[in-house]
Design a protein around this ligand. Structure first.
Ligand code: AMP
Ligand code: MG
Length: 414
């Protein structure tokens, strides 16, 4: 039997990051940048107003002081400029131009008096508070200089970086693309959710779960199929998909049963290995490459919890590697176990738990149903509790390692 780490290492040794492609910025969220990007503009691009108000010469309004009655200064309003407009009328001595936030500073003006400190006039304006030179003016290039590197190759694009790239003129970026992944559920007992169930049938949850998990990784499930237990069909579908996608994930048909055809037919290709991994759940695992493009194929066990855990432990790191991301990104934290827990000797147990953080740190409450068919308890969990092979008995209060499945904040609602 292989250890979890050995099987993961074998998978990661076989996957290479995808070649970079140029994509619209709007499609780049979560992807790895493959070029250094320099700003195409100064930010701000021109001196502009930080306030709605009046562009003035500071010296003209110096005397105005809200604490001194009668000190207000009245100036003629010689023009108006809004954001996106051009300041055509300069501000001469003793004049003001009405100005909106983001609008270009008119020539001659050196400060902005905000509208709240005036009477808001349009013909002439009463200025009630003087301002020093530079007040509420946003100088050109203050934030970013044209030509400066704003983001380096290797950066992961998030919403804040999208703002930066858009503002600095990058409508397209060179990134590693989202892997296109095909999901194939196998099992003649499966029917689509919503369809009526004949005796012995169940709804196909794995293909939906895996497609959702793929999307959560930042990859895209381009195909989601549910097929029966015909070996020839499994082979035909896999061969067809191998020419269209960057990875294939199958579920079911990999254990010891009479209809475990995924294992039979894919093993015969000679490029997919079926191994026993010393873990619970998820012992039977298939991995290899298929087709001329040597597309990675993951053959996961069919029990829904086994499928999910296998995805987390093996497929997610591999998809991240295809994207050029660090394979392991689940945040691992130490938690206090809230109940006793037994674990099989010689196998890594990946238990499902509800993790909560209080003043004394993280607490992990293993869900009641730890067998691999308990879908409701899987859905309740927000953490995976990783118990090493040599640990068999854990007591309430013991320190354990958990992987947070929803980020450090946990779920927004329960
Ligand atoms: P298998 O690995 O094909 O023997 O499946 C193991 C168990 O998981 C059986 O009880 C199957 O009915 C169940 N199962 C297999 N595929 C799915 C699926 N796509 N959705 C839900 N349950 C499944
Ligand atoms: Mg099956």
């Amino acid at each position: 039997m292989r250890t979890v780490d050995e099987h993961l290492a074998a998978i990661l040794a076989a996957v290479r990051p995808a070649a970079p492609v140029r994509l619209p910025l709007s499609e780049s969220l979560g992807l790895v940048l493959c070029e250094d990007l320099r700003s195409r503009v100064d930010l701000p691009g021109f001196d502009n107003s930080a306030m709605d108000g009046y562009a003035v010469r500071s010296a003209d309004v110096r005397a105005a002081d809200p604490a001194v009655p009668g000190s207000a200064v009245t100036l003629p309003v010689v023009g108006e400029v809004a954001a996106g407009g051009i300041a055509t009328v300069p501000v001469g001595r003793g004049e003001a131009v009405r100005i909106m936030t983001g609008a270009m500073m008119p020539d001659g003006a050196d400060a902005i008096v905000k509208v709240e400190d005036t009477d808001g006039g349009t013909e002439s304006v009463e200025i009630r508070a003087g301002v020093p030179v530079g007040t509420s003016v946003r100088p050109a290039g203050e934030d970013v200089r044209e030509g400066a590197v704003v983001l380096e190759a290797g950066a992961v694009i998030d919403s804040r970086r999208v703002a930066l790239l858009a503002a600095t003129g990058h409508g397209e970026v060179l990134v590693r693309p989202r892997p296109r992944v095909a999901v194939v559920s196998t099992g003649s007992e499966l029917v689509p959710p919503g369809d009526p169930l004949a005796p012995g049938q169940i709804h196909d949850s794995n293909s939906h779960m895996l497609a959702a998990a793929i999307a959560e990784c930042g990859a895209v499930a381009t195909h989601r199929l549910s097929i029966g237990d015909e070996g020839s069909e499994v082979l035909r579908v896999v061969e067809e998909l191998a020419g269209q996608v960057d990875a294939i994930v199958t579920s079911g048909g990999v254990s010891m049963g009479a209809y475990d055809v995924v294992k039979e037919v894919l093993r015969d290709t000679g490029t997919v290995d079926f191994v026993q991994v010393a873990m619970q759940p998820g012992k039977p695992q298939g991995f290899g490459v298929v087709g001329a493009q040597q597309v990675p194929l993951f053959a996961l066990p069919g029990n829904p919890v086994s499928s999910y855990v296998s995805f987390e432990v093996f497929v997610r790191p591999a998809l991240r590697a295809l994207m050029g991301l660090k394979p392991h990104a689940r945040q691992a934290v130490t938690a206090r176990l809230m109940h006793d827990l037994r674990s099989p000797a010689g196998r890594t147990q990946i238990a499902r738990a509800v993790a909560v953080r209080d003043g004394s740190g993280w607490q992990a409450d293993p869900v009641w149903g730890q067998a691999s068919h308990f879908i409701a308890d899987l859905s309740r969990a927000n953490a995976l509790l990783v118990i090493p092979p040599d640990v068999t008995d854990l007591s309430a209060g013991d320190a354990v390692q958990i992987w947070l499945l929803d980020g450090a904040e946990g779920r927004i609602s329960r």
